[in-house]
Ligand binder design. Sequence first.
Ligand code: NAD
Length: 511
Amino acid sequence: MSDTTTLPSTDSLRERALASLRRVGVTVPEGADLTARTPITGETLLGLKATTRDEAGEAVAAAAAAFRTWRTTPPPARGALVRCLGELLRRHQDDLADLITVEAGKIRSEALGEVQEMIDICDFAVGLSRQLYGRTIASERVGHRLAETWHPLGVVGVISAFNFPAAVWSWNTTVALVCGDTVVWKPSELTPLISLACHGLVERAAEEVGAPAGVHRLVLGDRTVGEALVDDSRVALVSATGSTRMGREVGPRVAARFGRALLELGGNNASVVTPSADLDLATHAVVFAAAGTAGQRCTTLRRLIAHRNVADELIGRLTAAYRRLPIGDPFHEGTLVGPLISTGAYDILRQALGRAEADGGELLVGGGRVLADAAPHAAYAEPALVRMPEQTPIVREETFAPILYVLTYDTLDEAIALHNDVPQGLSSSIFTRDQREAERFLAADGSDCGIANVNIGTSGAEIGGAFGGEKATGGGRESGSDAWRAYMRRATNTINYGDTLTLAQNVRFLG
Ligand code: NAD
């Protein structure tokens, strides 16, 4: 067994990925226009064939054709497809986790957790398939009934990011499928292999339950393939997860053709640590939220807003914990921090640290690159902790790397103002034993994020709640609660069961 700092060879990672794909039953479309690579060594695994724009159009046409029968398939029968998918995911949990680690560099426990999240959303969606309900509304007219019904929307284009290469797809796809939609998926160009595996499992599930093959299509390639979905008026909903830059391009383009967009974009998440906080709990939560997944979660903790009276104590504990973080081979059991997605991501981390220091920030720990000799094409970064004199422009940006900026405050009003004074609005939390402070943070004039927690970190949401954020995070909601409504169209129905035509608002016309 290797230790944390001995990295596996690219050949062994390629073999591991191909073995997983074989067990899942997937043949890789070999080619030269898309590369599968691994951030563990930074080297190429395979060459793949990308989808052309024409082929993307054909995939949408197939999904649109399948929609015509899928939309009238009873929802619980649609749920049977997702139940079958969930069973296949359970059976192949290790294979899928291997592919996530190979392609996205996640440590083993987080990769398994990502697959568990997919299994969980399958369970949720199967239950949902018997709970797609509308309301009956009191009518102002005698002999009338007012109701709303929910119908399938059409083809859903799912565009996903590299850092949750499978879970985000499953949130969208399982819910869309039980809602009666069909799906065309454009995954990140950085994670084609896990996408092939997930698609292969849906195909198997569709065959097993007799669903039309076109209920799910996969298109592989870079943003140009994504643009083909964005611009195709047969795609009723584009659910796009990625950077705010991407959302800024996708949102207006979809709106220009009156399509629907569901945007899940960048975050700049903060935790407030108050004087009454349990510092043991806060330290543990902060280290996981800030350094876990090598700082590459949309919900990664990027700003720590600590009360002046606890800041030094907290920083002392965090610095000590950061120094002990095992960085290296994500397959090794002891590793807590795997690689960044690329050396480019490390350059971005260094640039951000340079800007923070120029603004008067003090680098307390981390920021260095390790294992550069063992893997010159990979980037293993020490998570960084930086004390900032104020919330300068670099702190207000999302740097997709493990940097935690520490700011201090004196009053809760000041902490909340600092907290909300960033463009993004995804996830947030407060550490306190004071119920008034907790409630204030959750109130209308508290955190302005889509996710607001008490005494836990910003990352690691469960699938039961709706997931997403406000402002530059895009406003979309996915996963649990009533997020399913975004995947359906609503019809308001007025039914007159009387003998006369009564007009609303007492209007008289011919009668
Ligand atoms: P990215 O924006 O570079 O790419 C995301 C996806 O969008 C990829 O599939 C890419 O090919 C596609 N894309 C890019 N530009 C496009 C365009 N103009 N038209 C159509 N498709 C386009 O993001 P990334 O680097 O893969 O992921 C990291 C980012 O994603 C971070 O900002 C992170 O916060 C965010 N993210 C958000 C959530 C969320 O739920 N809010 C979840 C995961 C990641």
